[in-house]
Write a protein of this length. Structure first.
Ligand code: HXC
Length: 257
């Protein structure tokens, strides 16, 4: 399928989605987000895909929501149209989404990265929630997911000053899983996604669902949910395969059943 603002390709069981609006530093205009959500949903439903990578360019993952598009919006329309709500489609994808962030991930760009399941960063990446400089505030998770990732002190600093955080700072703070040299980032992100996509899909989906549930559930309920799903995985062929492969000292060949 042809898209205007993104490119998609597949490598084995990994889908790679590249934001492709270079003249605007991948500013996330509405049609771009519509295309991204549509492509993610298609790969989520594709039995040959086990994980997705979302990336941008070397200069920018995404410099935010499209400021030019937003400049003429007004409250009543935003409210009636539930502006930005459709971005949450990213969080309804069940397969893991890896964000590979080179360059700027600002405002909605940082929020998009945080909607993904793992953020890997190039060593020159910059993260920030600079909305305060525009007379607004983050609107797609910046005050919530950023705080969950890095804690109150750093979140307050970032959201109230609009300062940027380097990749190294973001890794130390817990926003980013790993930092790689910028030129190697995409390859490493794809390798990690391939590793994930090679595991049994039911176990991968359950693992993602449970980590996400830990942000929503009291500990006792989260632990019970985990134990029940753990029990259920013993109904899969892949559990038999994984454990017999270990005993036979061979690599497991998962069929995702
Ligand atoms: C629209 C943008 C844009 C954006 C950059 N551009 N960011 N257009 N929306 N968010 C455009 C510029 O207007 C310019 O187009 C071109 O991209 C190149 O940008 P420059 O500013 O010339 O590049 P540079 O000097 O290298 O500076 C890079 C930058 C700066 C530091 C990232 O572009 C910047 O500060 N951008 C805005 C970042 C921001 O405030 N993001 C938060 C947006 S609010 P022209 O045509 O002039 O050459 C937000 C709200 C989210 O995200 C709420 C819910 C989703």
């Amino acid at each position: 399928k042809e898209f205007e603002y993104i490119k998609t390709e597949t490598k084995g069981r990994v889908a790679i989605l590249t934001l492709n609006r270079p003249k605007a530093l991948n500013a996330l205009c509405t049609p771009l987000m519509t295309e991204l959500n549509a492509a993610l949903r298609t790969f989520d439903a594709d039995p040959n895909i086990g994980a997705m990578v979302v990336t941008g360019s070397e200069k920018a993952f995404a410099a935010g929501a499209d400021i030019k598009e937003m400049s003429t919006l007004n409250f009543v329309d935003n409210f009636k149209n539930n502006f930005i709500e459709d971005w949450t489609g990213v969080t309804k994808i069940r397969k893991p989404i890896v964000a590979a962030v080179n360059g700027f991930a600002l405002g909605g760009g940082c929020e998009l990265a945080m909607m993904c399941d793992i953020i890997y960063a190039g060593d020159r990446a910059k993260f920030g929630q600079p909305e305060i400089k525009l007379g607004i505030i983050p609107g797609a998770g910046g005050t919530q997911r950023f705080t969950q990732a890095v804690g109150k002190a750093k979140a307050m600093h970032m959201v109230l000053t609009g300062d940027m955080m380097t990749a190294a700072e973001a890794e130390t703070a817990g926003l980013v899983a790993k930092v790689y040299p910028a030129a190697e980032l995409l390859e490493k992100a794809i390798q990690n996604a391939e590793t994930i996509a090679g595991y049994s899909l039911p176990s991968v989906l359950m693992a993602k669902e449970l980590v996400d549930a830990s942000f929503e559930m009291p500990l006792a309920q989260g632990l019970l949910f985990e134990r029940r799903l753990f029990h259920s995985l013993f109904a899969t062929k892949d559990q038999k395969e994984g454990m017999s492969a270990f005993a036979a000292k061979r690599k497991a060949d998962f069929t995702h059943e």
